[in-house]
Design a protein around this ligand. Structure first.
Ligand SMILES: [Zn+2]
Ligand SMILES: [Zn+2]
Length: 271
C-alpha cells in the first residue's frame, strides 16, 4: 500500500528530516531511530574493504582500458557501440536485481553480509538522502567491489589470452564493469537537488542516466518497484510484466519467506 505520507518530501532539501507531529517521531531522515542505529554499524573494517575495492578496481579499469585502446581498430567501432548499448541495458538490469534482492530478502542480523552489504539498503529507505552525505568511498565502494574479480580475470585474458576473435565480448564486459562501477554515483545524483554539475543535470533531463523524479517512484513505501538505478530504462517494462512481484510470489511460495519483512521492521524502529 503506497501513500503520499510514505514518500520523501518533494524537492527534498538534502536534510530529509520529516517530523510526524501526531506520532511524535521522525518518519524519515537522519533522526529516525533506525537510521541512527544503522549508521552506527558502519565500521572501520567495512570502510577499509570499500577503500581497497576502489583502489584495486580503479587500477584494473585503467589498465584494461589502456590495453583495449592500444589494440583498438576503427573497423571494430560499430560492434563496440553495440556492446556499449547492451552493456548499459545489462548494467541497469543487474542494478535492479541486486537492489531488489537486498531490499526484499535477508536481514541486517545475517553474519558478515548483513551489516556489510544489506545495512546500506535499509539505511537508504529510512534516511534516503544520507547517500548525499556519503563521500566517494562510501558511495561507490560496494559497486567497485563487485567488479574487482571479473576485471582481474579480464586483465589476465587481455595480457596472456587470445581474444581477437571475441573482442566484442571483452569490450562488452569492460563497458559493463564501467557502468556497474558508476551506478551508485548515478543513484546519488538522483537524490541530489543542489549543486549538481550542469552536465549531470543534462544527462538526467535526457534520461540517459537515472532522473531524479523517476527514482522517486521507488522511494514510496513499501519500496516494491522501480529497482533499476543505472539508467532506469528497464523500470517501466519490468513493472508492466510484474517481473519483481512475480519473482517474489514464486520465492514466497517456495520458501515461506515474507518479502521486505526486515525492511518493514527497520522502518518501524522510530519510537
Ligand atoms: Zn530500495
Ligand atoms: Zn534511492
Amino acid at each position: 500500500m503506497r501513500s503520499s505520507t510514505s514518500s520523501m518530501l518533494e524537492e527534498d532539501p538534502n536534510g530529509n528530516g520529516s517530523y510526524d507531529t501526531a506520532a511524535g517521531s521522525h518518519r524519515w531522515g537522519p533522526h529516525h531511530q533506525g537510521a541512527i542505529e544503522l549508521r552506527s554499524y558502519y565500521l572501520k573494517g567495512k570502510r577499509t574493504q570499500e577503500l581497497i575495492s576502489i583502489l584495486v578496481t580503479s587500477a584494473l579499469l585503467t589498465l584494461n582500458g589502456v590495453v583495449l585502446l592500444l589494440k583498438f581498430d576503427w573497423s571494430q567501432l560499430g560492434s563496440i557501440l553495440c556492446a556499449c548499448f547492451i552493456g548499459i541495458l545489462v548494467a541497469d538490469f543487474l542494478s535492479g536485481l541486486v537492489h531488489w534482492a537486498a531490499d526484499t530478502w535477508g536481514s541486517v542480523t545475517l553474519p558478515i553480509v548483513g551489516k556489510a552489504f544489506i545495512r546500506p539498503f535499509r539505511e537508504h529507505h529510512i534516511d534516503p538522502t544520507s547517500i548525499t552525505r556519503h563521500d566517494f568511498i562510501e558511495t561507490n565502494g560496494d559497486n567497485f567491489f563487485l567488479c574487482t574479480i571479473p576485471l582481474g580475470y579480464m586483465t589476465y585474458i587481455l595480457i596472456w589470452g587470445d581474444y581477437k576473435e571475441n573482442f566484442e565480448i571483452v569490450w562488452f564486459f569492460y563497458l559493463l564493469a564501467v557502468f556497474v562501477s558508476m551506478t551508485n554515483q548515478i543513484h546519488k545524483w538522483s537524490h541530489t537537488y543542489f549543486g549538481l554539475p550542469w552536465f549531470v543535470r543534462v544527462l538526467q533531463d535526457l534520461h540517459i542516466i537515472l532522473p531524479r523524479r523517476h527514482h522517486r517512484i521507488h522511494h514510496v513505501a513499501p519500496h516494491e518497484t522501480y529497482f533499476c538505478i543505472t539508467t532506469g530504462w528497464l523500470n517501466f517494462p519490468l513493472e508492466k510484466i510484474s517481473f519483481w512481484s512475480g519473482l517474489e510470489y514464486i520465492i514466497e511460495k517456495l520458501t515461506g519467506a515474507k518479502p521486505r519483512a526486515d525492511d518493514f521492521a527497520w522502518a518501524n524502529k522510530n519510537t
